[in-house]
Design a protein around this ligand. Structure first.
Ligand SMILES: [Zn+2]
Length: 86
């Protein structure tokens, strides 16, 4: 399986960096040092979780905390914020 590209800088020079707490492969970009899990992860975030995030997003919580509460990665949350503007 090919490595994903970095969600931050688009580089494909990424390395495996172990597994996260839900057992998902984590990668580290060797260009910008960004750590992220699989770039296609957003496909697996279900509608209920997205609704929860939409609700949390209207509060004053920082994105890192919203990511923790909804159990998604911060990289996914950033992607979601970028592609789903309120
Ligand atoms: Zn990068």
């Amino acid at each position: 399986m090919p490595f994903p590209t970095c969600p931050q800088c688009g580089s494909s020079t990424v390395r495996k960096a172990g597994l996260n707490r839900v057992g998902r492969q984590v990668y580290r970009c060797t260009t910008c040092q960004r750590q992220f899990s699989n770039a296609h992860e957003h496909r697996y975030v279900d509608a209920d979780t997205r609704r929860l995030i939409d609700k949390l997003r209207r509060s004053d919580l920082p994105p890192a905390q919203i990511a923790r509460l909804a159990q998604v990665s911060e990289a996914w949350l950033e992607w979601y914020y970028r592609t789903n503007r309120p």
